[in-house]
Design a protein around this ligand. Structure first.
Ligand SMILES: Cc1cc2nc3c(=O)[nH]c(=O)nc-3n(C[C@H](O)[C@H](O)[C@H](O)COP(=O)(O)O)c2cc1C
Length: 159
């Protein structure tokens, strides 16, 4: 298995989980970053995020320096933004060819996962989507037991 964790993280929670997963799996890691930074207060960003999600807006993202064809397994990670994955992940998925790959997804959130996992599955056309994990935070505090995440990763490893 050649695996890569591809994630977007505005505040660091998703990045922390991406690290945990890639360490455990021995996988590479790549971060999706927007060209334009989100600025303003947390509430400003929450409101901007709502407008973007409602419109299906896809912000420009920096090119990822990874050759996806080198991997057979992709683990996607995003925070939940208004009950789905973040707009930057939408940009990435709309341009990426994941067909034929085993794809997993995880979503960090504050308790309202919404349709995020189904949306991931629908956005990965042609991929062998193998399931998602709901990872709960209370602001910066991880609430989902780390054991549960490790178990999920070990199942990926043993497939
Ligand atoms: C624009 C925006 C929208 C959000 N919408 C939701 C939501 O719909 N449901 C939820 O549980 N948490 C929501 N959150 C909280 C984040 O999903 C949560 O804090 C996440 O762990 C942040 O990950 P990050 O630190 O990697 O950016 C939202 C946060 C932001 C900034």
């Amino acid at each position: 298995m050649r695996a890569i964790v591809i994630y977007y993280s505005l505040g660091g929670n998703t990045k922390r989980i991406a690290r945990l997963i890639s360490d455990r799996l021995g996988a590479d890691m790549a971060e999706i970053e927007t060209v334009q930074e989100y600025t303003g207060s947390y509430n400003d960003i929450v409101n901007q995020g709502q407008r973007e999600v409602n419109k299906g807006f896809m912000p420009d993202i920096k090119p990822l320096s990874v050759d996806l064809s080198a991997y057979d397994t992709v683990i996607l990670g995003s925070p939940v933004w208004w009950y789905t994955f973040a707009p930057a992940m939408k940009t990435f998925l709309s341009n990426a060819d994941l067909s034929g790959k085993a794809v997993y997804a995880f979503a960090t959130n504050g308790g309202w996962l919404g349709n995020t996992i189904e949306d991931f599955q629908n956005a990965c056309a042609g991929a062998d989507f193998r399931g998602g994990l709901d990872i709960r935070f209370d602001t910066k505090t991880l609430k989902t037991p780390e054991d549960k995440i490790i178990k999920w990763v070990d199942e990926i490893k043993n497939k």
